[in-house]
Design a protein around this ligand. Sequence first.
Ligand code: ZN
Length: 301
Amino acid sequence: MDRVWLRAQWANARLYLLDVDGRMLAREDREAPLLADASRLAADWRPDADDAIFLGLDKERQAHFAVQLPGDVDLRVPAVGIREAAAMWPAAESARFAHAAALFGWRRRHRYCPQCAAPLSPRRAGNSLACEAGNGCSEQFPRTDAAVIVIVVHQGKCLLGRQASWPEGSYSALAGFVEPGESLEEAVAREVREESGVRIGEALYRGSQPWPFPHSMMIGFHAVADDPQVTLGDELEDARWFGADDLADGYAAGSLRAPAAISIAHRLLHDWLAAQPGEAAARALALLPDAARPGVRRASD
Ligand SMILES: [Zn+2]
């Protein structure tokens, strides 16, 4: 990235500010990030574009950067966590927060060259790290771990599972990381088989969601079961088939908990229910957490 151009952008940039714990500074009402310029920062601390992360230009070609404040800077404004922001902020703002949080988190965990152990320093406007020793070591780029997440369906029912550590009554889509050498479809089939024993046929891509906790990409599918027999593996405490009526009754009674509104699991379940006929599906849909959430890119978008 052109450093001269970047410095020119920096001079008029809008800055998103993160504290040392990775929370983003927000307006007093917490409903949007606090956007600052360099002159608002403490007089004795002047970050520049090398320390900051360039987040891109908006529609008005206004540059956005994120900076992480040192621990001793106190701007006396609220700081919001990434999950809270995902639930409350406009989609573009929470997406910038996720971008910044993912990169700052990656930098924090990658401080030394994996080849020669010399310190790494930011390049490409904070989007890569280079070895300071200049040994011809390769530049480091942030990694994204692909994970598949799937709702399997069979004869008007959907397969949901729960981990023992989840809150009581929580059931969600099955999910797992893609292994080296595996296609997404193969990962879906393997994860479903390992976790539930269910064999699937076709898997259809439904959308994706960056999940920077710390650096995953959730890739969402609906799949159709060939063999619906459930045989639990090691990872789940339970997995079972739910009809729309089971979900509606469980959500109404409080004995079942739906996936969080910000999650792609919620979107996958919502879309399946929305395609089901009958009053039970409508009832279950109405009982899901607020579905008008940002963060999930759908295949149809
Ligand atoms: Zn090196």
